[in-house]
Design a protein around this ligand. Sequence first.
Ligand SMILES: C[S@@+](CC[C@H](N)C(=O)[O-])C[C@H]1O[C@@H](n2cnc3c(N)ncnc32)[C@H](O)[C@@H]1O
Length: 187
Amino acid sequence: MREGYRSRAAYKLIEIQNRHHIIRETDNVVDLGAAPGSWLQVIRGLTRGTVLGIDLSPIVPIDGVITLTGDIADREIRSEARNLLGVVNVVTSDAAPKLSGHKSYDQARSIALGEDALSFACEVLKPGGNFVAKAFQGEDFQQLYREVQDHFLSVRTFKSSVSRKGSAEIYIIGKNHVSMHETEGSV
Ligand SMILES: C[S@@+](CC[C@H](N)C(=O)[O-])C[C@H]1O[C@@H](n2cnc3c(N)ncnc32)[C@H](O)[C@@H]1O
């Protein structure tokens, strides 16, 4: 790839950033489902903050990026992320299931990963933080979207022009995280 990115997925995050400005230059960022690492490369170029990538598969080292190997649903991985970063300003997730070819099964798995990414974000994000997660459109997508709305003041979807033609892939973008604590206090 001309710019040295590890995968074309890099251009999806670049599009999201250009449109939605989710990462600021001092943000600490966690990227979920990060292998092989092209989003991490883009994120490293956007912020001077700490950048952490997590994936089931090991990630070949990237200068200035911390990586962990594990499942994003694993509680220990979450507390390790909190310990490493302290404050987390942004959580991004491009996590996707290994495709089985069975459309409805793959779609359900992708929504489940979106839920895992959201629960990860709600555990680690500071109030006001931002969130991006990939999901496949279809059954239960609206439910996931509504759950994101419960935790962020502004929620949008984004279809990348880099995704394959006809792909069900879509990104949910949540900005300005409201912690449950804050919500309870404001009732
Ligand atoms: C499309 S790739 C991500 C590409 C990456 N954004 C990049 O730019 O290089 C999806 C990744 O999600 C990871 N993944 C799927 N389920 C996961 C889980 N439960 N925990 C951590 N990673 C997961 C897969 O291992 C795979 O590497």
